[in-house]
Design a protein around this ligand. Sequence first.
Ligand code: GDP
Ligand code: IMO
Ligand code: MG
Length: 432
Amino acid sequence: MSAKVDVILGLQWGDEGKGKIVDYLAPQYDIVARFQGGPNAGHTLVFGGKKYVLHTVPSGIFRPELGNVIGNGVVIDPVTLAQELQALDAAGVEWRRRLFVARKAHLILPTHRYLDAASEAAKGKEKIGSTLRGIGPTYMDKTGRNGLRVGDLIHAHFRDKYEQLKAKHLQLLKLYPPVAYDLEAEERRWFESLKWLRTLQIVDSAYLINEALDKGQRVLAEGAQGAMLDIDFGTYPFVTSSNTVSASVCIGLGVSPARIGEVFGIAKAYTTRVGSGPFPTELTDEVGARLQQEGHEFGATTGRPRRCGWLDLVQLRYTAMLNGVTQLVLTKIDVLNSFETIRAATHYRIEGQLTQKVPYDLMDISIEPVWKEFLGWRSSIADVQHYEAFPKELKHYIRAIEEALRVPVTMISTGPERQRLVLAETHSTSSL
Ligand code: GDP
Ligand code: IMO
Ligand code: MG
């Protein structure tokens, strides 16, 4: 019996809590696979009183017996990967038999990070707010057909290929004002880290995944970033350099669209964004500061404070559509526990006109969110284990989100820990 690939991905600007949900659902699968992005991602898992942050390794790694695949669509920095693997060793996690890396995945070179830094510095106030992990330059080399791939590591001329690409990058760097970067030290670390990468199980991941599906094994694809950071559909140019939507699973793992099953869209109960770029429901007042404080909104990769705002249903309808979301997962609902009132934008008002569509350019126009106000529940929900036990105000908020998106909310995350999750399968969504 052939199985399907289920997908978990972010519906906002990243950091929706994807890692936690992947970790929670992982025991229902045989393989968890990353399909795009790279170490710009920071996925947090909390269990047994400890917190773990993964950047490149899939979030199924802590569950025993589960295969974890870094797919061809991912860009890999051997330095970050080696650090993650050492951290897994320190945590006593057995990963060697269970971690697979696509031969076709592209490598992030030290000069890719150098270029990222120089390009961002040259942009000045216009900077994207990149995580400076070399993501953009690496994907540029991939599409420009210059990149180095994991499979090149065993090539007799690997060092020559490396030097050729590095020379190209050094030429490019001359276009930018100088930035501080210790290339020699970074190169040393990079070549040392290759030792780790070389010992991993390097595979033709498309065969691995499709053969697993043919055998009836269940595969969960783990997205990084969020749909509003998608290179095509996001708030361009303030986006990342990969496609983050569900269609990207096919490209990043080598599976046919017919093999995509459930699409779990993850959304925070409010909105955050780290880095620059438009954010229509952003709150720059004390309410935004309160969301940031209650939600501990600091980046898992860079530690930067995340910008905060209310939920944006216009934005979520757009990304639910782009991804074909079949189930919605609401996270960080507990962060709203103490709020007297809660808001969500149902429309945008642009030059006096109401719209429920995300416009082409959010930068140079003034967007006024049209709010719907909800009463807060003002109580702790930490001990709630069944949907029915939620306060009625919270159920009302969830219901309004379902109705706006016409997608059922099937899981509600009520805290960072693994077990803090309420399934909502029992409540009726038949009228949606
Ligand atoms: P990801 O990139 O989508 O995996 O999300 P991040 O790990 O970058 O950010 C999500 C943050 O919220 C992490 O610190 C999680 O531990 C935390 N988190 C996840 N779910 C919940 C939740 O339901 N409630 C609270 N309070 N925190 C959560
Ligand atoms: P996860 O998987 C939040 C943002 C950066 C910047 C823009 C481009 O943890 O949700 P890049 O480094 O890709 O060139 O940065 O995208 N960004 C993220 N924001 N979560 C992420 O990943 C992100 N990955 C990139 O802040 O604005
Ligand atoms: Mg994150």
